[in-house]
Ligand binder design. Structure first.
Ligand code: PMP
Length: 284
């Protein structure tokens, strides 16, 4: 495949970075994943805004504008001509001559981007939906989960625990038994017709899909929607549980630690929300 590295497009096997890169040594970087269906990107402006926020928080100075990023994404779509692509964007602080914890001055960030195949756009059909069985365990990551850092080992370990149990995600709760998010998704529950999701803070990533769902629901539906603290007990007693991410969209969870969610099928509200999402997701 054709990838982008520091201003140039090249075959993936020719893309090389230094082992002194702080992305490699410290996981010192920020990343994004943007879905592109036949070249139409989903949530592009919001993804770029979140990346800028992350770079600012890490004090990584990069002079790429949103237009620069758009051009890179479009080029990758064209050069890799897939129908359903995820565009991965990655900025690390760059390579120094020595390994030292302090942020070095005067180094140039490393910018890498590539395209990979993703599943077709999710459908809002109860009988043909992609469903998720998930593990549930205590969140043992750091206290800066709002930063989309490339240092993902905490998330990777949680995901692996779910995978080892035969599941496709791991939902997490904190030491107060409050729901945070999943290893690579945000979480929503439905109880008695009310849709709830944990509020934004340092414990969760501000998911673009989460934001799109809330925005679409507020402007195109009269569903009752709450951003509030949700307990682990509420999770297990929910009528519906969804995990959301750029490629999953509204992902219906059918089993938690082996226990069925309601009747073990995607719910009626899931069906309506994924359908609204499908209708309006490219509006923003
Ligand atoms: N939380 C975590 C930890 C994630 O890695 C992701 C996906 N990158 C999300 C939530 C969902 O974010 P988005 O909707 O922007 O894909």
């Amino acid at each position: 495949s054709t990838v982008y590295l520091n201003g140039d497009y090249m075959n993936a096997e020719h893309a090389k970075i230094s082992p002194m890169d702080r992305g490699f040594l410290f996981g010192d970087g920020i990343y994004e994943v943007i879905p592109a269906y036949n070249g139409n990107m989903l949530g592009f402006a919001a993804h770029i805004e979140r990346m800028k926020n992350g770079l600012n928080e890490l004090e990584i100075v990069l002079d790429y504008t949103a237009d620069t990023w758009r051009e890179i994404c479009q080029q990758l779509c064209e050069k890799n001509h897939g129908e359903n692509l995820g565009i991965y964007l990655h900025v690390s602080r760059g390579a120094d001559t020595k390994r030292a914890h302090a942020y070095p001055s005067g180094i140039t960030p490393t910018v890498f981007a590539y395209a990979f195949e993703i599943p077709a756009q999710p459908v809002s059909d109860i009988d043909n939906a992609t469903t998720y069985t998930v593990s549930v365990e205590q969140d043992k990551r750091w206290q800066r989960c709002h930063i989309k850092s490339t240092a993902l080992l905490g998330n990777v370990i949680h995901y692996q625990h779910g995978a080892a149990a035969g599941n496709k995600e791991t939902i997490l709760y904190n030491r107060l038994d409050e729901l945070t998010e999943a290893s690579s998704s945000n979480v929503f529950i439905v109880k008695d017709g009310v849709i709830s999701t944990p509020p934004l803070d340092n414990q969760i990533l501000p998911g673009i899909t989460r934001w799109l769902i809330l925005t679409i629901l507020h402007s195109h539906s009269d569903f009752k929607v709450q951003e509030r603290i949700i307990t682990k007990q509420e999770l297990f007693a929910a009528d519906e549980v969804w995990i959301t991410s750029a490629t999953k969209e509204v992902g219906p969870v059918v089993k938690l630690n082996g226990q069925l969610v309601a009747d073990g099928k995607p719910g009626k509200i899931w069906q309506q929300v994924q359908s609204l999402f499908t209708e309006h997701k490219f509006d923003y």
